[in-house]
Design a protein around this ligand. Structure first.
Ligand SMILES: [Zn+2]
Length: 162
C-alpha cells in the first residue's frame, strides 16, 4: 500500500491523499483509497464519507474530481453485485421472464398502445361520470318540481273552504 501523504488538492484547497480524477484501487487487497484521509476501504460508503468527512458520495466525487456515478467500491464488490443480480435472475425465472417480456413488449410498441388504450378508458369513464352527474341533476330537478307540485296542492287545499 502507498504511504500516506498529501499528493493533490481539491479546487477548494482541500488536501487530497490521492490524485484528483482517479480512485486508487489496491487490486491485491481489493480496497479503494479515500482521497480525504488516505485510508483504504472495501468501499467508500456513506458510512465512511458522511460519518468521517461529512460529505455525501456525490459531494465526494465532485470534490475529488471523479465523474458522477463513478463506483466507490472495490472492484470485486462491484462484480459481486453484478453476480448477485445475475444469480437472482437465474433463481427467479418469473423475474427474468417479466424483464424479458417488458423489454420485448417495449420494443414492439405494445406498452405505448396499452397506455393509449388506458387513456381512452379513462376518457370513457370520465364521460360516464359526467352523464351520471347530469342524471343526478335531472332527478334533483324532478324532485323539486314534485315538491313544488305538492306545495301548490297544499296551498290549494288550505285555500279551499273548510
Ligand atoms: Zn476517508
Amino acid at each position: 500500500m502507498a504511504a500516506l501523504g498529501v499528493v493533490d488538492r481539491a479546487l477548494d484547497g482541500t488536501p487530497l491523499y490521492a490524485a484528483r480524477g482517479e480512485l486508487p484501487i489496491d487490486v491485491d487487497e481489493q480496497r479503494v483509497q479515500c482521497h480525504l484521509c488516505g485510508g483504504w476501504y472495501r468501499a467508500l460508503g456513506s458510512s465512511h464519507l458522511s460519518r468521517t468527512h461529512g460529505v455525501t458520495a456525490d459531494e465526494y466525487r465532485e470534490l475529488v474530481g471523479l465523474r458522477p456515478r463513478h463506483p466507490l467500491w472495490a472492484p470485486d464488490l462491484i462484480d459481486e453485485q453484478g453476480e448477485r443480480l445475475r444469480a437472482r435472475l437465474a433463481a427467479e425465472p418469473r423475474l427474468r421472464v417479466a424483464m424479458a417480456k417488458g423489454h420485448a413488449r417495449a420494443q414492439r410498441g405494445e406498452l405505448q398502445r396499452e397506455a393509449t388504450s388506458r387513456l381512452a378508458q379513462r376518457l370513457t369513464s370520465l364521460e360516464r361520470e359526467r352523464q351520471l352527474a347530469v342524471g343526478a341533476r335531472g332527478s334533483a330537478t324532478a324532485a323539486r318540481q314534485h315538491s313544488a307540485g305538492a306545495a301548490s296542492y297544499v296551498r290549494w287545499r288550505s285555500a279551499s273552504p273548510a
